[in-house]
Ligand binder design. Structure first.
Ligand code: NDP
Length: 255
């Protein structure tokens, strides 16, 4: 097989949680461009419909499914609907996530639970619900979106719940990779650095010295710069990779 053909996802069905904006939208576009049919799973149906319209305009078969990743029943229901619509799921990108900046002693019980429920339990829900179908099929690929915050502590803002949730996502990725490799299912993660999205206010002056000046490449990424790595991990191009956490951070974590 020609090397670039190994990145193709023709005939595959990919689910992207949080695929209606930011990084998830870029992942949906990239996976679709590589040939996959794309299911977007997020809460805001109008925003998801906008991305589906963009994808269809580019000739990508796509549909939105409304759901909250932190609620197991909601993920199960969406998974049933996706299977009814497209027959199966080959690729799951667990991308949905939230972040709160707050010093540890000021984090409320609600903020802690919200972040852990979406970022960690949401990934767990996706992995277990779609993983069951993949293990039964004897094939499938999961790409979890972690963060460099799972490996380092960001500054100047404090975000203890987020950092802990992303470290847990990285280790959950390795745990499932080990367990499901013999069953034909690969599980990897991407750990982005600072990326220009609604979650990350790159242009606020108080963050520049730490976020931008401390990044060797001296800038934040665009979502489109992270997306090709998701295609790589979703495709045959990474056939001997599982349990890996791929850092894409403009060099931030070298210091
Ligand atoms: P955005 O805030 O731009 O988008 C978040 C997405 O998650 C939205 O599509 C949102 O859709 C969805 N979402 C949030 N909560 C839920 C939920 N409970 N159920 C379903 N979907 C949900 O964030 P980014 O694009 O920046 O982040 C995407 C991922 O990348 C996150 O996991 C984040 O932690 C990670 N990341 C981001 C970095 C960055 O600098 N931007 C750096 C490193 C990692 P809706 O509201 O409609 O549900």
């Amino acid at each position: 097989m020609a090397v670039l053909d190994k990145f193709a996802l023709n005939g595959k069905v990919a689910v992207v949680t949080g695929g209606n904006r930011g990084l998830g939208r870029a992942f949906a576009h990239a996976l679709g461009e590589a040939g996959a049919t794309v299911a977007i799973l997020a809460r805001d149906a109008d925003k998801s419909a906008e991305v589906v319209a963009e994808l269809e305009e580019r000739g990508v078969k796509s549909r939105a499914f409304q759901g909250d990743v932190s609620i197991r029943g909601s993920v199960s229901e969406a998974a049933d609907d996706i299977r009814s619509a497209f027959g199966r799921v080959d690729v799951l990108v667990n991308n949905a996530g939230i972040c709160t900046h707050r010093p540890a002693l000021e984090v409320t019980e609600q903020e802690w639970s919200d972040v852990i429920n979406v970022n960690l339990t949401g990934v767990w829900n996706g992995c277990q619900v779609f993983g069951e179908q993949m293990v039964a099929a004897g094939e499938g690929v999961i790409v979890n979106i972690g963060s460099m915050s799972g490996d380092i502590v960001n500054r100047p803002q404090w975000q203890p719940a987020y950092n802990a949730s992303k470290a847990a996502v990285h280790h959950l990725t390795k745990s499932l990779a080990a367990e499901w490799a013999p069953m034909g299912v690969r599980v990897n993660a991407v750990a982005p650095g600072y990326v220009r999205t609604e979650m990350t206010p790159i242009d606020r002056p108080e963050f520049k010295s730490r976020w931008i000046d401390d990044t060797p490449q001296l800038r934040a990424a665009t979502p489109e710069e992270i997306a090709p790595s998701v295609v790589f991990l979703a495709s045959e191009a990474s056939s001997y990779m599982t349990g890996s956490v791929l850092t894409i951070d403009g060099g931030y974590t070298v210091f």
